[in-house]
Design a protein. Structure first.
Length: 307
């Protein structure tokens, strides 16, 4: 029985020595199944030697797996970042282009406005707008002509305006130039004013104008089949000069004021309108007078009375 077993010290030492030499644990253990010293296996010595190598190898494999898994994600992130940078750069370039275009447009508008302001500043001008003088809208796309007239009277601009406004004919002009060079504007440039009336039959086609609905034609009265065309008012600016044909020459101050007024109209619209006189539109008119003929040629060719 287990209680009667006596251990032989010599056998025990021999057994322990054998166990150690065969690679088993140096310290024997006692179990219920083995009341004497039973061998317990020990990890072989070569395992202990290669264990650090295995740990390094497994660590490298683990790291490689992590890098391998992260690489596609990293590549995708890099691709997304590159595309985002390219998109931002493209948007930046577009924004810069828009800003440059806006700046250019603002600069051009500022330059044009300065030209208008400078031209207007040279005028000795006042306004006397009357609602009865306006018969429709005339935007810059319709502007073609500057029509010159004589008032055929000695009264100044203020008196002429009062007469126009009171006689019921609903006629007027955009501007009146006094003999001293002062100017009165009677209606906005972009409005239709009844200053030209009916023209010779065929003149609508000749001057490239037409009788259409922008002009309300209030107060107009046909004057005969020989002058049946009605379209010039919708495409022109009318300028009256205080003058009676055949009386005397036009004063220098009045002519210089006309020079500056035409320059202002050109600046306002941004282009040069053709200059005609009233008798060109309807034959038989007295305006402009014979004494204006030389000045008229200079105005048509050089836009000033001196040429």
């Amino acid at each position: 029985s287990a209680a009667s077993v006596r251990l032989n010290p010599a056998a025990t030492a021999s057994t322990a020595s054998s166990l150690v030499s065969n690679g088993y644990m140096r310290t024997p253990i006692r179990t219920p199944e083995c009341p004497t010293f039973c061998p317990h296996p020990q990890v072989p010595k070569y395992i202990s030697k290669i264990k650090p190598i295995l740990l390094v190898a497994f660590s490298c494999m683990f790291v490689c797996l992590l890098v391998g898994c992260a690489s596609p994600q990293k590549q995708e992130e890099t691709k997304d970042e590159t595309e985002s940078l390219a998109l931002n750069e493209e948007k930046g370039a577009e924004s810069q282009s828009v800003n440059e275009e806006d700046t250019q447009n603002v600069s051009e508008e500022d330059t044009r406005q300065k030209l208008i302001d400078d031209a207007y500043s040279k005028l000795n001008i006042s306004n006397d707008f009357r609602s009865s003088f306006v018969h429709g809208n005339k935007g810059s796309e319709y502007q073609k002509y500057i029509v010159l007239h004589d008032t055929e009277g000695t009264e100044d601009a203020s008196s002429v305006i009062d007469w126009w406004d009171s006689n019921g004919n609903l006629v007027a002009a955009h501007f009146i130039i006094n003999k001293d060079g002062s100017i009165v504007q009677c209606a906005p440039l972009d409005s239709i004013v009844h200053h030209a009336g009916f023209g010779d039959t065929g003149h609508n086609e000749l001057y490239g104008v037409e009788d259409e609905s922008r002009d309300d034609k209030a107060g107009t009265t046909p004057i005969g089949s020989w002058a049946s065309d009605y379209g010039m008012n919708s495409y022109s600016v009318g300028i009256e000069m205080v003058h009676i044909g055949g009386s005397e020459d036009y004063p220098e101050a009045q002519l210089e004021a006309l020079d500056d007024l035409i320059a202002y109209i050109d600046a306002y619209y941004g282009f040069e309108s053709e200059i005609i006189d009233h008798k060109a539109w309807r034959s038989g008119n007295s305006d402009t007078s014979p004494e204006f003929a030389e000045y008229f040629e200079n105005f048509k060719n050089y836009r000033t009375h001196r040429g």
